[in-house]
Structures are given as structure tokens and as C-alpha cells.
Design a protein around this ligand. Sequence first.
Ligand SMILES: [Zn+2]
Length: 246
Amino acid sequence: MTLNRRSFLFRSGLNAFGLAAAMQLIKPAKAEAAFLAPKESARSCRPDDSLTALIEGNARFAAAWQAKNKATSLNDRAQVMSNLWLDNCFLPASVLEESQSPWASILSCADSRVAPEWIFDAAAGDLFVVRSAGNTPFNEGIASLEFGVAVLKTPLILVLGHSNCGAVKAARSSHSLTPLFDQLIMPIRANLVPGNNLENAVKNNASATAQQLSTRSDVLANAVQMGNLQIVAGYFDIASGKVSII
Ligand SMILES: [Zn+2]
């Protein structure tokens, strides 16, 4: 009997090293070969150091963001923002359609002002992104990050909080929005420290989340232990456009 890869994953529960082991044990069907092994042409866009690439990309964004705020006309605003995307490693659609090799994973807030590709001056194929209100590490999100690390071999996960975060504000209040939302922000509430202001609460939540990823996922913990993965936390300041690594 041929063991279907999908049924194997479901039977094994996709837990602990299940994902990584499954990827090694199961010979992929021909159509999945590119999916499991990013092609060299996609890998060619990988920087030597992912964290440095994120920091440099954000510096380009922050400079344009601040210049835009000083611009006095539509044309001036468009001009300064057109300075972005000059340093991207763009891949043709034909390559992207076949394969991907993102060089960093981001767990960020769903907030409309915190789009990772935007604030890191990145292109399609660069970032593997999971988003939730308050960058909460929900199980499906962690599973997605496991996929990014085990299959796509992303060497970095950045957990990104941001200024004036509505989800962290909600966690700091006793107001209930919806049952599911209350459930989502429970981990944020667990990370609150009495006396912290909003900025420190956001930073503390991002740092605690970064630490929790390894304790909640053997796949991520093993990758860290093997030296194949770095997990860091960051804070995006909307006013300045700058990301600081916490
Ligand atoms: Zn937020």
C-alpha cells in the first residue's frame, strides 16, 4: 500500500519532530519536489545574515517614512517613497511560481500599520509572515512557523510588537470584546507585568512570545539547538518607522 504523505502527516499528528521527520522519511511526489526543496534560483536572493538584512531594510523604510512626513506635496511624498525597493532582490514571477526561499519568518500583529514587507522594504518571496492581533502565538500560527523553519529553512524568526497596539490595550483592560478575541489575547494578559506602561507591555509581550516559541514547539527548539534558527523580538515605532531589536 502506498503511504500517502498527507495521510501520514495527519496520522502522526504533526507534532514534535513529526513535521521534520515526515519530510525526511516520505519521498515526495514529483509535483511536490519543488515545494520541499527550494530551487537554487529562489535561494539566490538569501542574504548572508537575515537579521542584518531586516535591520538594513527597516533603516531604508524609516528614512523614507520620515522624509514622507516632511514632504509638502503629493509628488514630493511619492518621490521619497520611490526610494524604496531599490535594494530588493526581485525574482521573476516564473521563479516565484515554482519555488520560494524566504530568508526570515515574522510573527507580527495584524495591525494595518505593521505590514512586514512594507516596514522591512522587502519583496515577494523574502518573508514568511504569520499575523494575529497582538502577535499572539496561537497554535496554528506556531505550526505555520514550524513549516517555515522545517520546510523552507528560514534561519530567523522575529516576533514583532508595535507602538499603540490595540490588542495589548485590550489585554490591559477588563473589557470583553468577543469570546474568541478574549481567548486570543489570553497569552498577552499572562505576560502583563503590573505597573508597566503600554510600550513596556508590548515589548514584554513580544519578548515573552519569542521565548515561548521554543518551549511550545520541539521543531523550533531543535532548530535553535542545532544552530539553524535564531528567534528574536522587536518593537516597531509607528511614528519614526523604526524597528528596534529588544
Ligand atoms: Zn497590535
